[in-house]
Structures are given as C-alpha cells and as structure tokens.
Design a protein around this ligand. Structure first.
Ligand code: PMP
Length: 356
C-alpha cells in the first residue's frame, strides 16, 4: 500500500483507521447481513448509526439540547440559499465578505431580501479578515460569516458580537478549532474536510430560529421540517453519515476537538515558522489572520511554484497546488493530516530551497 500525504482542500484525507473500519464493514456491517449502503434509512440498525453520529457530534462540540443537529444534502452551497429562506423574516441580512465562499453566500441571499456587505477584503484579494466593528445593521435578521477561508488561508480571530444571530459557514475548520457553540445561531459545514465524505452538510441551529421560513422555501430546504423529521424528510446520505460517525469516533480518541486543536496549532506553526524564515517561499495571508487549516504560500515565480508542486508530488506529498485565485501553493492540514506529514512537507520545502 502506498498512501500519500494528501494536502487536498477537500474532499481531503480521511483518517486511515476510519477507512480500515469502513473496509472491514464491507460487504457486511456488524451481523446485519448487509452493508450500510444497502440499509433502509428507517431501519432500527440505521437509526442507531445516525443517532450515534449525532451524539458524537454533540459531545465533540458541546452542543446543548437547545440546538438541533441536521444532516442535509447539497453541501454547504445549498445552505447559501437555505439560510435566507429560513431566516430572512424581515428581509434584511448582514454579510462579512472575507472570501469567495462568503461572497457566494451573499450572492444567493440577495435573491431573497436586502443584503448588506458590512465589510469586505475583496479588493485586497482576501488576504485578511475585514473589520466589521461598528458597521452592523440594526435589526438585521442575521449576520453571516465564514470562520475559515479555505482558498485564502485566513480565519476569524475574534467573532463578531451583535444583536443578530451569528450564522457561520464553518466548512473548513469545524472540529479543527474550539468554538463556543452558544455564540452562534447557526453553524453549517460541508462534510468533506473535517467531518467525512462529500455530499453531506451538517447544520446546527438554535431551536428558536426554526419555524420562520419564507413561504417559498422548498420543504427539503426547510430546517424546521427537517428537524421534525430527524433529517429524514427524504432519504439522507446514509453512507456519508455513517463514515462521518466513524470520523467523530476517531476524533474522540484523539482527545476531542480540544486535543486535536492543539496538534493543529503545532502543525500550522511548523509551516508558518519555516515560511517566515525562508528565502524562497513566503506566506500570502496577513500574519494576524493566518488559518490553522489552510496554509497558502508562493515563491513569487509561477514556474518555480509549479516546479515545487512537482518536486513535492514526486516525494508523495500531493495536492499542494494553490487555488487559481491565489496561485502558488496551499497546504490543507485538516484533522486527518498527521504532524509527520507536515514535518515531511517542511523537509521537502527545505530541500527545494537548498536547490535554488
Ligand atoms: N464554504 C467553504 C468555506 C468551503 O471551503 C466550501 C468548499 N470547499 C464551500 C463552502 C462549498 O462547499 P460544498 O462544495 O460542500 O457546497
């Protein structure tokens, strides 16, 4: 077996023990006579699986009973439309534009009401989190943020505090950093980074925010309807939820979010420390806002960037090419990337530098 160190931004590496467990449960899960893929979502054996995944997520994020946990379709992108349809009671929402996904979320919301971009770093290619202080709209239905900007390698250091419920796209740092869930009205995340396989979106919503959907909201996007049906209004992504539950079990064995968050800090610091002393590479995000999950860097020369990506791939470090809007490189170092992988990356960067 030749597993590589996969620095993909998503879908990204899953913990090997999880993949091995999945393999062992094919073609038969426990003593059920079938695989999880073949089970009715309404069967007692599958209900155990989804309830277990929810319980583990609640334990990992310390989610109280005042919040509902939903397993939805359509990734985070479907929620860009569902958010305004579920929350725009007065037709006014604030958005902080800290990256392309934040921008896309706001772009969906304008179809349903008045959207105010209270702060934006778009003009500076999103190299920092823009300052929102004193700019929030009184009476807004909600304030939307993207806690970690996957493409640009930035994250919020301080959460905005206002009167409106805070709605957070946490796709690329959920379960990788410690958050107090009670600071949020809604947290949602596409699964394919720290949760499990793609095609699943986890949404955590404070229960008092349920039941106010716009009349035009399709029922499959209506969170209250989904909550009433325990995410089974229609057939959920049963297999992805099962694998997500295994990833959560794995994470609990790593000391939970609190435990892995420390390792994640260490991992990120290894690369940033190297970057800050390198003569060849430099980080692209402003230091203060540097992400713990996605480290973006360049050499300043496109050909050299490409040469490095090739050099690293030849040594089993793959998917390091940056997003086209930033260029250069991006090392996505989510929970499943072991610190050994990050040390290898720094060694390979050093070796490349020595050749220049
Ligand atoms: N938000 C963020 C922060 C993301 O990183 C991504 C995907 N990489 C998305 C939204 C879109 O997620 P999905 O593809 O699951 O719709």
């Amino acid at each position: 077996m030749a597993r590589v160190y996969n620095f993909s931004p998503g879908p990204s590496a899953l913990p090997l023990p999880v993949l091995e467990k999945v393999k062992a449960a094919l073609p038969e899960y426990a003593d059920t006579g079938m695989s999880v893929m073949e089970m009715s979502h309404r069967s007692a054996m599958y209900l155990d699986i989804i309830h277990d995944a929810e319980a583990r997520l609640r334990a990992l994020m310390h989610i109280p009973d005042t919040y509902a946990v939903l397993f939805l379709h359509g990734g985070a992108t479907a929620q860009f439309a569902s958010i305004p349809m579920n929350l725009m009671v007065n037709g006014v929402a604030d958005y902080i534009d800290s990256g392309n996904f934040a921008h896309g979320a706001a772009g969906e919301a304008v179809k349903y009401g008045k959207v105010s971009i209270v702060a934006s770093s778009r003009a500076d290619n999103y190299t920092y989190i823009p300052d929102w202080k004193g700019k929030l709209t009184p009476g807004a239905d909600y304030l939307h943020i993207t806690t970690n900007n996957t493409i640009y390698g930035t994250h919020f250091i301080e959460l905005p505090e206002g009167d409106a419920p805070l709605v957070a796209d946490m796709s690329s740092n959920i379960l990788g950093e410690v958050y107090d869930i009670e600071k949020f009205g809604v947290v949602y995340a596409g699964a394919q980074k720290n949760i499990g396989p793609a095609g699943l979106c986890v949404l955590i919503v404070r229960k008092d925010l349920l039941g106010h959907a716009l009349p035009i909201c399709p029922k499959v996007f209506n969170w209250a309807t989904q909550a009433d049906n325990e995410s089974m209004l229609n057939t959920p992504n049963t297999f992805a939820i099962y694998v997500a539950g295994l990833c959560m079990e794995w994470l609990q064995n790593q000391g939970g979010v609190e435990g892995i968050a420390k390792v994640n800090q260490e991992k990120a610091a290894l690369i940033y420390d190297f970057l800050d002393n390198s003569k060849v590479f430099k980080g692209t995000a402003q230091k203060e806002f540097r992400s713990v999950m996605n480290v973006t860097f360049v050499t300043g020369d496109k050909e050299k960037d490409a040469a490095f990506v090739k050099f690293a791939a030849a040594q089993g470090l793959v998917n390091l090419k940056g997003h086209r809007s930033v260029g250069g490189m991006r090392a996505s170092i989510y929970n499943a990337m072991p610190i050994e992988g990050v040390k290898r990356l720094v060694d390979v960067m050093k070796a490349f530098e020595a050749q220049q």
